[in-house]
Design a protein around this ligand. Structure first.
Ligand code: HSE
Length: 317
């Protein structure tokens, strides 16, 4: 029996990325699903990581391929920490469906590791290490899901010239309806969804998307749900990805007709997310979205939730 010296457990939330025009820049923490990661620090120092998947075997259990351990390995490398680790992952975020599943595991893992080894990482360092995990599913470090999973709320992130993020609380009346289809997606789904995005765009498209993004940020700053949702229109990435989502056009139409203020792909999909300020309409919006997936013989579940989320330590010894 290996001796555990210390232990820390943290959880981190699901998130939706892009929110229309904010590709790789906007993230929103969703107070809906949570991943929990516990890390045991062992006395032995061979730099070995063992991963146990508590409730799901659909994610990689090899340390080099798992988002949580990829992030942890990078911190351990930087701080020359050699202790063997037992990492236990309890998935709450649906996998590969556009709700920041890999990001939630990474965010929980860096939060737990930072606490366990008292690394005293800055928020930016936590973010950067958490983004390392995204390489496992997206092929590149993208920050929009991890930033929302770590810090919650609406978050704007940029990586150039330096890594920087701004967090804004969502308006109190903002309600999200997330429709999650029960589809089996490839392990590298995000990488595939990124490969269809155009590499060059007309300047007019850039201007329209930028204006929409600015309306969104203004809406969050003014706490004005109608203003922010008026900007949720993307004419660059979403048109390129819509063929990956069965019934995409109909689903948007149905949700709008049922009272949604805006509808977009959640992250790289295939989940779709609708925005409303009416708790009364939320249920109807969800049902209308589920119906479209059902028409394509795909079962789905619509969840009504609030913005929020974030990561926190839940136990340690
Ligand atoms: N911004 C990323 C993308 C989010 O759309 O590829 C992936 O969840």
């Amino acid at each position: 029996m290996k001796e555990t010296v210390n232990f820390c457990e943290a959880r981190a939330s699901s998130s939706t990325a892009n929110l229309g025009p904010g590709f790789d820049v906007f993230g929103l923490g969703l107070d809906l699903f949570y991943d929990t990661v516990s890390i045991s620090k062992l006395a032995t120092k061979n730099g070995k990581i063992k991963i146990t998947l508590e409730n799901n075997n659909k994610i990689p259990s090899i340390a080099e391929e798992n988002s949580a351990s990829l992030s942890v390995m990078k911190i351990a490398q930087k701080y020359k920490i050699k202790n063997d680790l037992d990492i236990r992952i309890t998935k709450g975020v649906p996998i590969g469906l556009g709700l920041g599943s890999s990001a939630a595991s990474s965010a929980a893992a860096v939060t737990a590791f930072n606490e366990l080894f008292q690394c005293k990482l800055t928020e930016n360092e936590l973010l950067d290490f958490a983004a390392e995990g995204e390489v496992s599913s997206a092929g590149v470090k993208h920050y929009d899901n991890v930033v929302a999973s770590l810090f919650g709320g609406f978050v704007i992130v940029r990586t150039f010239p330096t890594l920087q993020f701004v967090r804004i609380n969502a308006p109190k009346d903002l309600i999200l309806v997330v429709c999650v289809p029960q589809m089996v997606t490839p392990v590298k789904k995000t990488k595939i969804a990124r490969s269809v995005i155009p590499r060059t765009i007309p300047i007019e498209d850039h201007t329209r998307n930028l204006a929409n993004a600015c309306m969104m940020v203004s809406g969050f700053l003014y706490q004005d749900t109608k203003l922010l949702t008026s900007g949720i229109k993307d004419i660059i990435v979403e048109p390129a990805r819509k063929s990956l989502i069965p019934g995409y056009e109909k689903l948007k139409l149905n949700a709008i007709r049922s009272g949604a203020l805006a509808v977009t792909i959640s992250g790289a999909g295939p989940s779709m997310i609708a925005f409303t300020n009416s708790a009364k309409k939320a249920h109807k919006i969800g049902k209308s979205m589920e119906q479209v997936f059902a028409d394509s013989k795909i079962q789905s579940n619509a969840y009504v939730c609030r913005a929020g989320g974030g990561a926190k330590v839940i136990s340690k010894y």
